[in-house]
Design a protein around this ligand. Structure first.
Ligand code: HSE
Length: 386
């Protein structure tokens, strides 16, 4: 089976190199906006040039973005080609549509490298949930945020400089707003919840906040209490059968497993009814780590040994109002925070009494209209040490 690549940038080039180095399936066509020397003799003129080629059995989409990635993937699946992608934006936005299209055409749609970079997280989640209902899942899934936080904490580097370094190193998205405002973490959460619960949640239905406004003073608040900030996805099953899910920065013990994660590493975990806690760690971004995981998907699709990610997709209720946690809120609009939810304050920032993520994210949205520089983060305690 021959392969076509859609995109020949950071990840695409990595996939091309790894397939060549390991003698994997041959890449015979590449569609890319920017044509480079390594594409010589393999440049496709259009997506139709690829989908009409009977030799090509699999299309690897690594161009990023939602459009035209969605249209290209749809064409490939409709033409009976397997599709693998590292593109969380399109996989999360069109999860139900692409999953159904793959099924209707008897091919696989795989996106393991879209959440966790190099980590076979979604693959293991898909296997785990067959015998081991998932009670909760969480983790650090954005390498850019983790890199920025590490550089700020350890080297006192300003936010903007750390972000520029993350862009230069190839971790950050083309538009890094998706990283620093939490959307990238949220999309990986959507994929994780959809796989864990055989559903098709949409990212618009889940609350999300990022680290864009974090300051050295916020980090100092945590340091004084032995806490570090990490950008986390959090999800799971509520007791009433509904699902919760949100993405936000969190203060947690510096010596906790998440607190010990540095630079562009990721750490993801789930708790299963039978397995208990399972943790997975590895590089969450970067050319070869991400390309490695995508190549694993290619090999699984080609050999036909793949575990389906989802069974019958069914709607599930989302409730983020049942879980309660304390929050740190730093804002010039502190007088607007209802007094009855404040546990303590120094006049600049406050720690709340336990409130639900739904209420906190709603309040933060209102306060951000008054103070666009507001920063808030969940607060977690934990016994486990790294
Ligand atoms: N921008 C993403 C990150 C790339 O920093 O994690 C990997 O999905």
């Amino acid at each position: 089976m021959k392969i076509a690549l859609l995109g020949h940038g950071t990840i695409g080039l990595g996939v091309d190199h790894i397939l060549k180095r390991t003698g994997g399936p041959e890449v015979t066509k590449i569609l890319s906006l920017i044509v480079d020397d390594e594409m010589a003799g393999r440049t496709a003129s259009s997506i139709d040039d690829i989908v009409s080629d009977p030799e090509i059995g699999l299309v690897a989409e690594v161009m990023g973005g939602v459009h035209p990635a969605y249209e290209f993937i749809s064409k490939a699946l409709s033409a009976g080609k397997h599709v693998v992608t590292a593109n969380k934006a399109v996989a999360a936005a069109y999860f139900a549509e692409l999953t159904a299209l793959a099924e209707a055409n008897g091919v696989s749609f795989r996106y393991t490298s879209a959440a966790g970079g190099s980590i076979p997280w979604l693959m293991n989640l898909a296997r785990a949930k067959r015998v081991n209902p998932v009670l909760a899942l969480s983790g650090i899934v954005n390498g850019t945020c983790n890199y920025i936080l590490t550089r700020m904490e350890e080297d006192g580097v300003p936010f903007g400089e750390a972000l520029s370094d993350a862009q230069r190193l190839g971790f950050a998205e083309r538009d890094p707003a998706a990283d620093i405002d939490g959307a990238d973490t949220l999309r990986k959460l959507v994929l994780s919840l959809n796989v864990a619960y055989d559903t098709a949640l949409r990212e618009e239905t889940l609350p999300c906040a990022g680290i864009r406004n974090i300051t050295p003073e916020d980090l100092a608040f945590g340091r004084a209490l032995g806490l570090k900030v990490r950008m986390l996805m959090k999800g799971g099953r509520n007791e009433d059968g509904s699902v919760y899910g949100f993405a936000e920065p969190v203060f947690l013990p510096a010596d906790s497993p998440e607190g010990c994660v540095r630079e562009n590493m990721n750490l993801v975990s789930y708790v299963g009814t039978e397995s208990g806690l399972q943790r997975f760690s590895g590089y969450g971004a970067g050319r070869y780590p991400t390309a490695y995981n995508l190549v694993e998907d290619i090999l699984d699709a080609v050999s036909g040994t793949a575990v389906p990610y989802t069974g019958h997709i069914a709607p599930v209720a989302v409730r983020n109002d049942l879980l309660m946690r304390r929050y740190y809120v730093r804002t010039s609009a502190l007088p607007e925070v209802p007094a009855h939810i404040i546990e303590s304050t120094d006049g600049t920032a406050a720690v709340t009494r336990p409130v639900s993520p739904a209420d906190m994210h709603r309040l933060a949205k209102l306060l951000l209209e008054k103070d666009p520089l507001l920063f808030f983060a969940g607060m977690e305690e934990g016994e486990e040490k790294c």
